[in-house]
Write a protein of this length. Structure first.
Length: 165
C-alpha cells in the first residue's frame, strides 16, 4: 500500500495495519522469547546431535525449509539438503564431537559457540585430526526450530591442521 493510500485510511485501519505488521514481525523469530534455559537446552541437544553420527537427528533441529551455510558458502536449504551436508561432515570425521562452549544473543538471533574435534578417517581420509572453534548464528522460527544457521570457523586454520605433517 502506498504511503499516500495509507494516509487516506481511517485511523482504525491504520492501527490494524500497524498491528498486522507488529504481529508479523513478532512471529518471524522465536529466539528472543526463548528463556536462557530453553535456549541452552536446545543448543546442548543440538551439539549432541552433531556428535551422534546421525544426520537425520541433526536435521530435526531445522525447520522444513530451514537453511545452513558455512563460511558464507552456498546454503543448504531444506531438511534433505541439510541432512546431506551433515552426512558429509559425519562421514569424513566419524569420531566427530561438537561441544557447546557458550551461547549468547544478538537481537533476534542466538549465537552458538562451539568446539569441533575429529579425525578425518572417513573414505579417502587423511588421518589428520582437527580441533577448531567457531560459531553459528541462528534465527529460530516460530516453530521453535532453526530457520537459518550461518556457521563460521577459521578456514585457514582448518587447512593448516589438515595438511600438517
Amino acid at each position: 500500500m502506498s504511503e499516500r493510500r495509507l494516509r487516506q485510511c481511517p485511523p482504525r485501519h491504520t492501527a490494524t495495519i500497524a498491528g498486522v505488521l507488529l504481529v508479523f514481525t513478532a512471529c518471524t523469530s522465536r529466539t528472543a522469547s526463548m528463556s536462557p534455559a530453553e535456549l541452552t537446552d536446545f543448543a546442548t541437544r543440538y551439539a549432541i546431535a552433531w556428535s551422534s553420527q546421525d544426520p537425520v537427528r541433526l536435521t530435526e533441529f531445522y525447520a522444513e525449509n530451514g537453511s545452513l551455510s558455512v563460511n558464507d558458502g552456498v546454503p543448504s536449504v531444506g531438511r534433505a539438503a541439510i541432512t546431506a551436508t551433515a552426512r558429509e561432515y559425519m562421514t569424513a570425521f566419524p569420531d566427530m564431537v561438537v561441544r557447546l562452549d557458550s551461547l549468547s544473543r544478538d537481537g533476534d538471533q542466538a549465537i552458538f559457540h562451539w568446539t569441533w574435534t575429529g579425525t578425518n578417517t572417513g573414505p579417502g581420509g587423511t588421518g589428520k585430526s582437527v580441533h577448531l572453534s567457531g560459531y553459528e548464528r541462528w534465527t529460530i522460527g516460530v516453530d521453535g526450530l532453526i530457520a537459518e544457521s550461518k556457521g563460521h570457523y577459521d578456514e585457514a586454520e582448518y587447512q593448516r591442521q589438515m595438511s600438517r605433517q
